[in-house]
Design a binder for this molecule. Structure first.
Ligand code: SF4
Ligand SMILES: [Zn+2]
Length: 339
């Protein structure tokens, strides 16, 4: 992609000038189903409004529109405190807490060191596991250790690895780091007593459905020795992204839910001891991973239940006539390629 186009899209992703965004309010907070080991639990999810991901300002990843939910400048410690205070009013003692920032919790420009500790400490003694997300370059011993000291429980640190294949990560996802850097950061996290989690992106642009499935299964196999949990994120169309442009011009379809199912079944055989999960965003919608519309809900339920119980049982999966369409489409898709 020409860099001027990438920069133009990066600008589009920012909140529109004059759009009313309060720095005292978090972006969103809700409760969702999760599991800790074999126990089903509720998780409290909080998205803080911060400066956002620095890479999104420069070029950004092809599928990521999270910069829309940012301030466009660093939040002050006082603003972050007010966001936390408001979020705590919604907190009901869920044992699993996930705090996202539309970027990196460990980037000083997004969450300063004091606020980082203060936010974690607010859930200490109340939650059993505290999860944050970051890019690998911010995984330093000092930041991880001080976060562990602030939270008396398990610290889980997630990274958006997306793919272990360097060419796919660099050219199609447009990430700034290499897969090796993500894997090394996961190893560092484990050595400092944190629990590494990796997100894998199913179907970056420019891949056929079949190539995308193979890419994610390969990534599960290669990444599993480094991550305690691998979460498969099928692409959903976010505003102001390269993927959205391709989608609008008819050159991209979000993955089928049948593809998610295949990734989970084949991935389960090669995941080693890591947990393999998928909780698709916008599942069943045109802009999210979807099937024919008739079977989407049933298959989404199978995916979520399998993720919570760690059992992707083929005998329990629903069937539908559109499975044949998906299968035939996969066979025909590569015909436009090599002669
Ligand atoms: S996917 Fe992650 S690294 Fe890429 S632009 Fe979005 S927040 Fe930044
Ligand atoms: Zn169907």
């Amino acid at each position: 992609m020409p860099s001027s186009l990438a920069q133009e899209i990066a600008r589009e992703r920012r909140p529109a000038r004059g759009e009313a965004v309060s720095p005292d309010w978090y972006v969103n907070a809700w409760s969702e189903a999760e599991s800790l080991g074999t126990e089903r639990v509720s998780a409290f999810v909080l998205i803080l409004r911060t400066r956002g991901c620095y890479w999104a300002d420069l070029k950004g990843c092809s599928m990521c529109g999270y910069a829309k939910d940012t301030l466009g400048r660093s939040a002050t410690p006082e603003e972050l405190s007010r966001q936390l205070e408001r979020a705590l009013r919604k907190y009901r003692g869920e044992p699993y807490v996930k705090v996202y920032t539309s970027g990196s919790y460990l980037d000083e420009r997004e969450v300063d060191a004091d606020s980082r500790g203060r936010i974690a400490a607010a859930f200490s003694g109340r939650a059993r596991r505290f999860l944050v997300e970051t890019l690998p370059e911010f995984v330093t011993e000092e930041r991880v250790r001080s976060l562990r000291e602030s939270f008396a429980g398990e610290l889980e640190v997630a990274q958006g690895l997306e793919s272990t294949q360097p060419e796919i990560l660099d050219r199609f996802v447009n990430k700034v780091s290499t897969p090796a850097e993500y894997l090394a950061a996961a190893d560092r996290l484990r050595s400092w007593g944190a629990h590494p989690k990796g997100y894998l992106l199913l179907k970056p642009p420019y891949l056929t459905e079949g190539e995308a499935i193979d890419d994610t299964v390969t990534s599960v196999e290669r990444a599993s020795p480094h991550f305690e949990t691998l979460s498969v994120n099928p692409v959903h169309i976010q505003n102001g992204t390269v993927v959205e442009r391709l989608f609008r011009s008819g050159r991209y379809r979000p993955p089928w839910l049948w593809s998610v199912r295949e990734v989970l079944q084949r991935g389960a055989a090669v995941r080693g001891s890591s947990r393999l999960v998928s909780f698709p965003t916008a599942g069943g919608l045109t802009r999210g991973p979807h099937n024919c519309g008739e079977c989407d809900r049933r298959l989404l339920r199978w995916i979520e239940e399998g993720s919570l119980d760690q059992r992707f049982d083929a005998a329990l999966e629903p069937d539908c006539a559109c499975r044949e369409t998906w299968s035939r489409q996969r066979e025909l898709e590569p015909l436009g390629g090599e002669a």
